[in-house]
Design a protein around this ligand. Structure first.
Ligand code: ADP
Length: 395
């Protein structure tokens, strides 16, 4: 059997046809610039040339029609028994993957205010996919799901409980598919029982978050009610004194301007003008002081979270780097690990510089005598979603 995994963003749809058991990817691709005059679509299939198109895609429905046409024409839909949708915010209603029908979609619509940038786009993708592929079950796998049973003291913000209840204010956590997949995979690749391992996963991409996973269960995470809290990201600041927002709101900015500042004009981009870590790194190497400061602020925040999670778990067995920056930025891994020597982290410089690209297995980059194993583990959110979706519909 195969699963079709769909990740619908505001102007893009990523998709993959994957065997949930073996992880074999039969096809994958991307439709971008939905709604713009010229779109961009690509599809890679096993044993065939890449297919591309620059036609206009008016909306998600047209984008999915293209995807399903191409997949169907290549015979790739025959084995698809489930569609797994990446869904961002499950609020308090969805603590596990859920079969998407009219009722659960209505609940997702109610949850949209919690994730105004993400849930509406997810819903458009789901509606279009259900319409065009009605004969197979569709399952939503929520980014918040893995963190649904965070301990109460971690979930709770110390504000008036009535206000928290009325506005559903609590920590939900995000990047759940990545943290779940990577923490399991790292334990497996170390030959360790996940039940006996304390792991910190650093998912460092354009969005970035840290999670503490103790015995296979998440016990803390850096993202909160929204994906704004925690680490410094491409365009978001991570932790910031809420008093800053009050100050800005009282002295001239309106809510939309503050929203724009926090979601699009902060983080690496706010500090340097670009959210691309490669450019920031190159500028810092060339002596640019603002770029160096941006790296230092990011590294300081990561170190602070790893130290905190070490204390929260009462130990640390493995530190795992993943996502675009975590998997590729050799220097950042070295700088973070150097600062963590106090926890027993010791990196092997040669191993760290020689992490092979494009393989699914973890690479151990710590020294043999490091008390904490340090790994680079490529994330695979699609495979996690495919497996969770398949498990949801298989009795
Ligand atoms: P997203 O959150 O959009 O999925 P990714 O996980 O793809 O993000 O990560 C994107 C980030 O990874 C960008 O900042 C990019 O510069 C960075 N990145 C990708 N490749 C490298 C590399 N070789 N060296 C440093 N950074 C990299």
């Amino acid at each position: 059997m195969s699963a079709l995994v769909i990740n619908a963003g505001s102007s893009s749809v990523k998709f993959q046809v994957v065997d949930p058991d073996t992880g074999t990817v039969h096809a994958k691709g991307l439709v971008e610039r939905i709604g713009e005059p010229a779109g961009a679509a690509s599809l890679e299939r096993e044993g065939a040339d890449e297919l591309t198109s620059s036609q206009r895609f008016t909306d998600h429905r047209e984008a999915l029609a293209w995807v399903l046409d191409q997949l169907g024409g290549s015979g790739l839909l025959q084995d698809v028994e489930v569609v797994g949708h990446r869904t961002v915010h499950g609020g308090r209603r969805f603590d596990r993957p859920v079969v998407l029908d009219d009722e659960t979609l209505a609940v997702m619509r109610e949850l949209s205010p919690l994730a105004p940038l993400h849930n509406p786009a997810n819903i458009q993708g789901i509606e279009a996919a259900r319409e065009q592929l009605p004969q197979v079950p569709h399952v939503g796998v929520f980014d918040t799901g893995f963190f649904a049973d965070l301990p109460p003291e971690v979930r709770t913000y110390a504000i008036d409980t009535e206000v928290a209840r009325e506005y559903a204010v609590q920590r939900y956590g995000f990047h759940g598919a990545s943290h779940a997949y990577v923490s399991q995979r790292a334990a497996q690749d170390l030959g360790r029982d996940p039940a006996e391992l304390k792991v910190v996963v650093l998912h460092l991409g354009n969005g970035a978050s840290a999670a503490a996973v103790d015995g296979g269960r998440p016990v803390d995470c850096s993202m909160g009610m929204t994906p704004l809290e925690g680490l410094v990201m491409g365009t978001r600041p991570g932790d910031i004194d809420p008093g800053v927002l009050l100050h800005l709101l009282r002295h001239g900015m309106d809510v939309d301007e503050v929203d724009d500042l926090l979601n699009r004009r902060s983080g690496l981009r706010g500090l340097t003008g670009t959210n691309d870590m490669r450019e920031v790194r190159a500028a810092a190497t060339a002596g640019d002081a603002a770029a160096r400061l941006a790296l230092d602020v990011s590294i300081h925040r990561i170190v602070r979270y790893v130290g905190a999670f070490h204390a929260v778990m009462g130990g640390l067995g493995a530190l795992v780097f993943t996502a675009g920056v975590g998997e590729n930025n050799v220097e950042l891994r070295a700088e973070v690990c150097e600062r963590l020597a106090v926890l027993g982290v010791s990196l092997d410089g040669r191993r760290n510089a020689a992490v092979p690209r494009g393989r699914a297995e973890s690479t151990v980059v710590s020294a043999d005598d490091s008390r904490v194993a340090v790994l680079v583990t490529p994330t695979n959110e699609e495979l996690y979603i495919a497996r969770a979706a398949a498990a949801t519909v298989t009795p």
